[in-house]
Design a protein around this ligand. Structure first.
Ligand SMILES: CC(C)(COP(=O)(O)OP(=O)(O)OC[C@H]1O[C@@H](n2cnc3c(N)ncnc32)[C@H](O)[C@@H]1OP(=O)(O)O)[C@@H](O)C(=O)NCCC(=O)NCCS
Length: 147
């Protein structure tokens, strides 16, 4: 992600989530050494993005979204896979995320990529109130897998 992508990402956040990240918060991620956000861009249009923050070996996915017209083309899967390898290179050992219990498309995506449920937060979300599933995936740390 760079500066030019931020307004489009904020617009997609606004259209997608009950508690969207605003432009200023997304911009601040560009200067946050713990953050890594990736985008898929076609003809200068942001089709999708994923945002993450990493503290030592623990990475959290903050958000992932794809424009409705661009869904089911493998964009989210490509973003998640690229993020995973970049985080692994930086030394992350596991990725954790939260998802609304009713969000079947996202849960299917995460399960396809090998995320497993490690917890449940009752009534975590508002607008509407709903449980959060906590999903996690161990990712290979290249330095540790070299025999
Ligand atoms: C969830 C979301 C990011 C998926 O993006 P996408 O680019 O359409 O997903 P992909 O095309 O990469 O799909 C990869 C896999 O995810 C699963 N999947 C994605 N959308 C699905 C749907 N509507 N129904 C069932 N499975 C779905 C499938 O397993 C799919 O693999 P397949 O195509 O081989 O069946 C997109 O629907 C979205 O932006 N939703 C709104 C925002 C959101 O809910 N974000 C997650 C917050 S935690």
């Amino acid at each position: 992600m760079d500066f030019a992508h931020v307004p489009q990402i904020a617009a997609l956040e606004e259209a997608t989530f009950s508690f969207p990240w605003d432009e200023a918060s997304i911009l601040a991620e560009l200067d946050n050494p713990l953050a890594l956000w990736l985008v898929v861009v076609e003809d200068e249009k942001v089709l999708g993005y994923v945002g993450s923050q990493t503290v030592f070996e623990d990475a959290d996915i903050l958000n992932v979204a794809v424009l409705p017209a661009a869904r089911r083309r493998g964009i989210a899967e490509a973003l998640m896979t690229a993020l995973e390898s970049r985080l692994s290179e930086r030394g992350a050992e596991r990725i954790t995320l939260e998802v609304r219990a009713s969000n079947a498309p996202a849960i299917a995506l995460y399960r396809k990529l090998g995320y497993a449920q490690v917890g449940l937060r009752k009534n975590y979300y508002e607008k509407p109130r709903e449980d959060a599933l906590i999903l996690q995936k161990q990712i290979a740390n290249q330095e540790e897998t070299i025999p």
